[in-house]
Design a protein around this ligand. Structure first.
Ligand SMILES: Nc1ncnc2c1ncn2[C@@H]1O[C@H](COP(=O)(O)OP(=O)(O)OP(=O)(O)O)[C@@H](O)[C@H]1O
Length: 716
């Protein structure tokens, strides 16, 4: 079993730049008896200081050589032991990531130093181990707006590269070119050409701000000619784009797009680290290309070093705290480094080889048995490397294997030494290719491989199902939070009102339909109208107006218009109704909402109305909160409009269900009153009510009742 290895953290504070203020926002405090600390004052309470202890803290005076010799140089041997190493620089924009990784001609950074060290080591190893041949190849990619591009190919020709996963679960960038390099100088030349292609732009914080994440990968292949085995070490050197605070960067819209892609991928990186710390069942590697590609470095099979770059000063204090918090969480991420070794002995028996057909170049092996990286005549996840050098800047495209490391196989001679250094070795599976295998053994191996494949597929299905569930839960939570953001109306307050509206609407519609059925012989409004008494015509007209009104309130202007027009056939002389039709026609044509014209305040109210209003006030409204009182006030206003339009009293119009709020009791009574048939002439009523009925025989827009008893106006 492989031993675990925690990601190592180094923090580096860059010096102040010319225009930056001299303050003590971030400091490094050294201690003789413990690790050094990065100290940051709490932005909310200056008396509090946050301390972040790391084994490697570099202050503003630190040099590129300091970092390289202390934290990077020891990893060169790890690469030469066949393990994948990933070093990534993380920090806010302008904190010095590119300076640390690339550096300048005068102060070369981690990348050129690593290349030099690899070649130095190669030389000494080749002298030590005569039977071993070592080759180094490089690839260079950038992730720009969540798309992967090959930086070793001219940008015009560079397509977006897909990120894939082989059957062994190893992530790789398909079709990424890999160039064999013979010396550090050759790499330097290649690197400087490729860097010109990297997406860089100016922001207020950095004149040459990286707009992409960039990753150099150096593959070291050690072929043991005597033992016919290949060991592949690898080092990924990642210069991440900086997290950006757009208030400080002053980004324009195109920069904002880049910035949002950068921030999103970094946020997914944070989520991955968080999930790993939580031992979550699902790690969201797939949520961004960056995390997919770095999968091996975070919770995978490589040795990791995170260099946290910090910008000094209070201006960056919050970003510094964010970076340090990320570092603290990353510190706990455990990897299980493995040695990538490949048995390179002769091909297996023909019948076995036929079953385990070699995968075509560039494609993963068919069976999921543990696979190790390296060139081989056997099935391999990594195709044979392109031989020979290439013209810097114009490399030919060669499909390359995983950007991440592979899993190991047979113990490499010296495995015990590596075990001591905390690097695990995956058990050997090379016997699967042994020509001495019996038929039975081969069958067993095949069934095991099939079982593994089935298990893998089931796991993939399960993963998809969980992802789907998570997506649904997220959507549910979002919609719930959207709902909860809406202003709260006391629960249950609107329900009776809405229900009543609905009931009355339906009732009104039903009655109108009944009416039409009963009277409309030739399906003509004119003939129906002609069959009615003047009072019935008016009442039907009101009913249509009421219905129209409720539709116009809902915004169904076309329906409202049709209903107003119907009403007009019953009360053709009503001027207000005509005006209303014109207004709504205009609104429909213009596609604008309909705003009823403001109404003059009424002066006198009938006693009955006042009584009803005060009852309502004393009763329902009294106990209701402000919002409900507002609803009632609005409704009263609506009724008045109808009243105006029809020249009658709202309370009377309520006879057909329009008046919905002021007095539910009255409304119910009104409906009951008319429930048999509102068009059937009724027995004359006594007293004032009957007198009012006779008033109604003439349509008087907004005319107050002659007796000042509008509320008892038209009852039909
Ligand atoms: N240790 C250092 N010594 C001297 N100058 C430095 C150091 N670190 C960074 N700088 C300078 O600070 C500026 C910003 O650095 P750099 O471009 O490396 O930041 P970055 O983190 O890569 O930014 P971005 O994320 O925007 O690409 C550069 O001018 C660089 O030369």
């Amino acid at each position: 079993m492989a031993n675990s290895h925690k990601v190592k953290i180094a923090a580096r504070l860059r010096p102040r730049l010319k225009n930056e203020l001299d303050d003590e926002g971030v400091r490094i405090v050294r201690s003789d008896d413990g690790p050094s600390c990065i100290c940051v004052t709490n932005p909310r309470d200056a008396s509090q200081v946050f301390r972040f202890p790391f084994t490697s803290c570099y202050d503003h005076n630190s040099t590129q050589e300091d970092i390289f010799s202390t934290d990077v140089q020891p990893l060169i041997d790890v690469v030469y032991s066949g393990v994948t190493v990933t070093i990534f620089a993380y920090g806010v924009t302008s904190s010095g990531k590119t300076h640390t990784m690339q550096g300048t001609k005068a102060e070369p950074g981690v990348i050129p130093r690593v290349v030099r060290a690899l070649f130095d080591r190669k030389l000494s190893l080749e002298q030590e181990r005569e039977q071993e041949s070592i080759s180094i190849s490089a690839s260079y990619m950038e992730i720009y707006k969540d798309e992967v591009y090959d930086l070793l190919v001219a940008r015009d020709n560079a397509p977006k590269l897909p990120v894939r996963e082989n059957d062994a679960g190893q992530v790789f960038v398909a079709n990424l070119s890999s160039v064999s390099i013979e010396s550090a100088a050759e790499f330097g030349h290649l690197f400087s050409i490729a860097n010109k292609q990297r997406s860089v732009g100016a922001t207020l914080l950095n004149r040459a701000s990286s707009r992409s994440h960039a990753m150099v990968t150096l593959d070291v292949k050690m072929t043991n000619l005597q033992e016919n085995r290949v060991l592949t070490g690898k080092i990924n050197l990642v210069d991440l784009a900086g997290s950006e605070n757009n208030k400080l960067t002053g980004n324009d819209p195109s920069r904002m797009q880049e910035s949002s892609a950068i921030n999103k991928s970094l946020s997914v990186l944070g989520q991955v680290v968080h999930a790993l710390n939580q031992n979550a069942s699902r790690i969201p590697y797939r949520n961004s290309k960056l995390t997919r590609i770095l999968q091996d470095a975070l919770g995978g099979n490589s040795v990791g070093l995170l260099i946290c770059n910090l910008a000094p000063g209070l201006k960056f204090r919050q970003d510094t705290l964010n970076t340090l918090n990320f570092a603290v969480r990353t510190k706990n991420v455990e990897n299980k480094p493995v040695v990538n070794e490949r048995d390179n002995r002769p091909a297996p028996k023909p019948h076995f080889a036929a079953i385990q057909a070699p995968a075509p170049a560039g494609k993963p092996a068919a069976l999921p048995a543990p696979i190790v990286a390296g060139p081989s005549s056997r099935p391999s996840i990594i195709p044979a490397p392109r031989s020979g050098g290439s013209l810097p800047g114009m490399p030919s495209r060669v499909p390359r294997g995983s950007a991440a490391g592979g899993s190991g196989s047979a113990p490499y001679p010296g495995a015990s030494k590596r075990r001591e250094s905390g690097i695990g070795i995956v058990q050997s599976h090379r016997n699967s290719l042994n020509t001495q295998l019996s038929e039975k053994e081969i069958d067993e191996r095949i069934s095991k491989a099939v079982e593994l494949e089935v298990a893998r597929r089931l796991e993939a299905q399960e993963r998809e199902r969980l992802e789907e569930e998570e997506r649904r839960a997220r959507e549910r939570a979002e919609s719930e939070s959207r709902q909860s953001e809406q202003p709260a109306i006391p629960s249950g307050l609107l329900t009776p009102l809405l229900k009543r509206h609905q009931d009355l609407d339906n009732e009104l519609r039903r009655r109108l339909q009944d009416l039409e059925k009963k009277y409309e012989r030739g399906n003509s409004e004119v003939s129906l109208k002609d069959a009615m008494s003047p009072v019935s015509r008016k009442k039907t007209g009101r009913a249509y107006v009421a219905l129209a009104r409720s539709h116009s309130e809902k915004g169904d202007l076309q329906v409202a218009l049709d209903l107003y027009r119907k009403a007009e056939t019953y009360v053709p002389d009503n001027v207000k109704l005509k005006e209303r039709i014109i207004e709504i026609e205009w609104a429909v044509k213009q596609g604008k909402p309909f705003q009823p014209s403001p109404k003059k305040p009424r002066k006198a109210k009938s006693k009955k109305r006042k009584g009803a209003a005060s009852k309502a006030k004393d009763g329902a409204s009294h106990s209701l909160p402000e919002s409900s009182a507002a609803i009632r006030a609005d409704d009263t206003e609506d009724d008045d409009v109808v009243e105006n339009l029809l020249g009658g009293d709202a309370a009377q119009v309520a006879g057909f269900g329009v008046e919905v709020t002021n007095s539910p009791t009255r409304r119910g009574a009104a409906l009951d009153e008319d429930s048999d048939d509102c068009m059937t002439p009724r027995k004359p009523r006594k007293g004032k009510r009957r007198a009012a009925e006779s008033d109604d025989d003439e349509w008087q827009p907004s005319a107050p009742s002659k007796k000042g008893k509008g509320a008892s106006g038209v009852a039909g």
